[in-house]
Design a protein around this ligand. Structure first.
Ligand code: NAD
Length: 483
């Protein structure tokens, strides 16, 4: 597997600050940020403590009255300006994202473009009051009002895109925000906080970097009304337990173990590139990546061969090298976990069709790995691998494939692939997931709700449903008889 060279810096930013009440703020502690392509610290940023959190929450609370009273139109204008700022700084942010996260720089650019586009898309959605009754005697109206201060906690796999959805949703619906990125990838989010300081009124958007403890303090904080959390199932459970102390509203976007069921009538050569992309892009570190492929026995060998062929087209290396299509695993802990799953897969007797080896490097690289003939009970099948290793499992009867696909506590998304989309849709509708795709995987849009069934989450992002997660329904019931 090609291993791309480390590229020369084009002048990445090295100075970062927290954003509190519209101002640049430092902190007593610092976070080291590692470039996963080299394993070396390449930057530092301030790490907020309780004092900075209290200041940020107080600023967000002060800003609530003015911001929640502004119109959707005014808020749309601010969000459009934010999207324009993202696009104007796309190259700088993309390089920063690649250096801290690892993904190829072209994909980092796409992530920023997507964040801008989804933000604009959300502002196309209208939230209107509903008249339940209006007759001679009474008028009953249902309005949606902002919750107050939203705490947004994000993971390291797509820090900009996964911040943009909740950030825009909270702001558009009239809430103010305290945003905390992962300690592994704080820089691009901090930089966005700096870039949009003048776009929103003071205190409306506060951005704090910090460790996991900062996330926990946010979930406990009495001044925060809502937590939007994107991350692992294990942490999501802690967030929900902790938020219960103040009965905060929660949206939990958690992990997945998505199955793709490939029926007997497909052309393996035509579906293989699409399946590979959905399984391996961002080195498999995507909540809705394909993590298990169930292929019908009739096309099993041909599909395996076509996927191996595809794997050859995805060079692994430093994301700053334009030839790279797969970057490193984002951090050491996740790298060790993926290597552990790789070793377990070898012990479990999986047949390695591609990859299986780990390049010698200070960076956290794993070659794209395809595994055949693996037992359903193995770690690679049961757990969320969140790395570039995908099992291809054989089935004979589609009922059996469905049962195996659904035999998991995860329920994020899944897909069915066939020459006959209607036949596939009938099967897809029986996947126990938040999103079931046919002949595609990983397609999302601002007007389509996304989120997990079962332990993959609570609530939805995007669409009117997702926006209403940041609003309280309020009934105004008027008895028209004068008092
Ligand atoms: P993680 O749960 O370890 O961390 C996520 C965030 O939570 C980080 O900012 C972290 O600092 C913070 N945190 C840690 N402990 C906390 C606590 N006790 N209270 C509050 N916050 C705390 O997740 P990760 O490893 O960064 O991300 C990978 C996971 O995220 C995968 O499971 C992936 O599937 C999932 N994910 C889900 C979606 C989705 O939309 N469903 C999207 C992307 C990633």
């Amino acid at each position: 597997m090609a291993h791309a060279q480390v590229a020369t810096s084009t002048g990445v930013q090295r100075s970062f600050s927290l954003t509190v009440d519209g101002e640049s703020v430092g902190a007593a502690q610092a976070l080291d940020v590692i470039n996963p392509a080299t394993g070396e610290i390449f930057a530092q940023c301030p790490a907020a403590g309780r004092a900075e959190l209290d200041r940020a929450v107080a600023a967000a609370r002060r800003a609530c009255a003015g911001w929640s009273a502004s119109s959707f139109e005014d808020r749309t204008q601010c969000i459009k300006r934010m999207a324009a700022v993202l696009r104007a700084n796309q190259d700088m942010l993309a390089e920063l994202l690649t250096r801290e996260q690892g993904k190829p720089v072209g994909q980092a650019r796409d992530e920023i473009g997507r964040a801008a586009g989804q933000s604009e898309g959300l502002t196309q959605i209208r939230i209107a009051a509903e008249i339940i009754t209006d007759d001679a005697e009474r008028r009953i109206e249902l309005r949606y009002v902002p919750l107050g201060v939203a705490g947004i906690i994000t993971p390291w796999n797509a820090p900009i895109n996964l911040a943009a959805g909740p950030l825009t949703s909270a702001l558009y619906t009239g809430n103010t925000v305290v945003l905390k990125p992962s300690p592994y990838t704080p820089l691009s989010t901090l930089k966005i906080g700096e870039l949009i300081r003048d776009v929103f009124p003071r205190g409306v958007v506060n951005v704090l970097a910090g460790g996991d403890a900062l996330g926990q303090w946010m979930t406990e904080h009495p001044g925060i009304d809502k937590i939007s959390f994107t991350g692992s199932v294990a942490t999501g459970k802690k967030v929900m337990a902790s938020a219960a102390g103040t009965l905060k509203r929660v949206t939990l976007e958690l992990g997945g173990n998505d199955a793709a069921i490939v029926l007997d009538d497909v052309d393996p050569k035509s579906v293989a590139p699409k399946l590979f992309f959905a399984g391996f892009v961002n080195s498999g570190q995507v909540c809705m990546a394909i993590k298990r492929i169930y292929a019908h026995e009739k096309i099993y060998d041909a599909l395996c061969a076509a996927l191996v062929e595809e794997a050859r087209k995805w060079p692994v290396g430093d994301g700053m090298n334009p030839a790279t299509r797969l970057g490193p695993i984002q951090n050491r802990m996740q790298y060790d976990r993926v290597v552990g799953i790789l070793e377990d897969t070898k012990r479990a007797g999986g047949r390695f069709l591609a990859g299986g080896d780990v390049p010698k490097s200070a960076g956290y690289f794993v070659n794209p790995t395809l595994v055949a003939d693996l037992d359903d009970k193995s770690r690679l099948v049961c757990e969320e691998q969140f790395g570039p290793i995908v099992p291809i499992l054989k089935f004979t009867d589609v009922e059996d494939a469905l049962r195996r696909a659904n035999d998991t506590r995860y329920g994020l998304s899944g897909s069915v692939w066939s020459r006959d989309p209607e036949r596939a849709a009938a099967i897809a509708a029986r996947l126990e997931v938040g999103t079931a795709w046919v002949n595609q995987h990983r397609t999302t849009a601002a007007n389509v709700p996304f989120g997990g069934a079962k332990e993959s989450g609570i609530g939805r992002v995007y669409s009117e449903l997702g926006l209403k997660e940041y609003m309280e329904p309020r009934v105004i019931s008027v008895l028209k008889t004068p008092a």
